[in-house]
Design a protein around this ligand. Structure first.
Ligand SMILES: NC(=O)c1ccc[n+]([C@@H]2O[C@H](COP(=O)([O-])OP(=O)(O)OC[C@H]3O[C@@H](n4cnc5c(N)ncnc54)[C@H](O)[C@@H]3O)[C@@H](O)[C@H]2O)c1
Ligand SMILES: O=C(O)C[C@H](O)C(=O)O
Length: 364
């Protein structure tokens, strides 16, 4: 009898706890205020990367699963019908976070009040071309679009240049939009960073998520320097240096570097088109970490305006290891640079200096 009574009392208590827990959760859901939508510009939105990135943004892969977005998609007149098709598909996909779509060929309308600008519009290289070969066509686009961004985007707009030559396009954009703070203009080398993580993960047969702190120094080109001197792998017995686990410096200084440097070309050779899904995903990673922050003790690679850190000429857009917090990136300081790295870091800086003067001569 006593047992039955006790059981009955336990059940009553359990029921009451569950009831009140559900009631509190239900009431809490009414107190949550939806965030204001963020306006994200994607130029070249009818292209390959554009087509891959817009659903990622609309699903929250760039700004988080609780951040509504309004997509601004820009392309040029010949691509207008395709752009309209992308808009139709975005509507058909019924993304809960997508609060509006602007699809236009008018650069002013496209830039109006945008908080994030992902600049993909331009011409990709074909098999056998170097990124410099698309220079003259693409830098003039970035000169022309700089003033529209400067005049019409939100004053704190964060800009990511993806179109090649990415570092130099970003530099031209910076030069022709002098009122955009230099800290707000970046270019994409996160794809190279992710490629380096991928190569180490394949070599060591570990999950890519357990590899961290590789660095891409310099240009998003075949002179970039993928550096694993400070990279680690999380193992069952703590963090171990990649160098120690690979135990083959020769491979790290030769095949590993050239594989990452030439990965874009390898994809063009295989697909007859340049990388798109990995570029789109890496662009989301770049903005997400910039806006939401990098995990403690982790850095990522971003092409940013050089302040002279690590002896790199100030004023180039150069890829550095950066940590992000509160919407700002900062270059990770104090890493030891050996002679091998120094030479590679300087060689890619030299190429950027050449590209800068080539770009200026294209614009004159
Ligand atoms: N940084 C990186 O890691 C990285 C990776 C992959 C590709 N890329 C570069 O990104 C760019 C885009 O590649 P893609 O494969 O999407 O090319 P794509 O040709 O498929 O698309 C480019 C789009 O840009 C549009 N466009 C051209 N001029 C424009 C302008 N003035 N304004 C707006 N849009 C314009 C085109 O009409 C086209 O729809 C290329 O320059 C490519 O080399 C960079
Ligand atoms: O290599 C290219 O031209 C495309 C892109 O920059 C890439 O790295 O995949």
């Amino acid at each position: 009898m006593d047992c039955l009574l006790l059981l009955q009392q336990i059940l009553v208590v359990l029921f009451t706890v569950v009831f009140f827990w559900k009631l509190i959760k239900y009431m809490w859901s009414f107190t949550k205020i939806e965030k204001e939508p963020v306006r994200v510009l994607v130029t070249g939105a009818a292209g390959q990367i554009g087509y891959a990135i817009v659903p990622m943004i609309a699903r929250g892969a760039m700004l988080g699963p609780d951040q509504p977005v309004i997509l601004h998609m820009l392309d040029i007149e010949p691509a207008l019908e395709a752009l309209k098709g992308v808009k139709m598909e975005l509507i058909d996909a019924a993304f809960p976070l997508l609060k509006g779509v602007v699809a236009t060929t008018d650069v002013v309308e496209a830039c109006k009040d945008v908080n994030i600008a992902v600049m993909i519009g331009g011409f990709p290289r074909k098999e056998g071309m170097e990124r410099k070969d698309v220079m003259s066509k693409n830098v003039s686009i970035y000169k022309a679009q700089a003033s529209a961004l400067e005049e019409h985007a939100a004053s704190d707009c964060k800009v990511l240049v993806v179109a090649n030559p990415a570092n130099t396009n970003a530099l031209i954009l910076k030069e022709f939009a002098p009122s955009i703070p230099e800290k707000n203009i970046t270019c994409l080398t996160r794809l190279d960073h992710n490629r380096a993580l991928g190569q180490i993960s394949e070599r060591l047969n570990v999950h890519v998520g357990d590899v961290k702190n590789v660095i891409i120094w310099g240009n998003h080109s075949s002179t970039q320097y993928p550096d694993v001197n400070h990279a680690t792998v999380t193992t069952g017995s703590g963090e171990k240096p990649v160098k120690e686990l690979v135990a083959d410096d020769r491979w790290l200084q030769t095949e590993f570097i050239t594989t990452v440097q030439q990965r874009g070309a390898a994809i063009i050779k295989a697909r007859k088109l340049s990388s798109a899904l990995s570029a789109a995903s890496s662009a989301c990673d770049h903005i997400r970490d910039w806006v939401l922050g990098t995990p403690k003790g982790t850095w990522v690679s971003m092409g940013v305006y050089s302040d002279g850190s690590y002896g790199i000429q100030p004023g180039l857009i150069y890829s550095f290891p950066v940590a992000c917090a509160k919407g700002e990136w900062s270059i990770v300081q104090g890493l030891k640079i050996d002679e091998f790295s120094r030479a590679k870091m300087d060689a890619t800086a030299e190429e950027l200096i050449e590209e800068k003067s080539l770009a200026h001569s294209c614009l004159n």
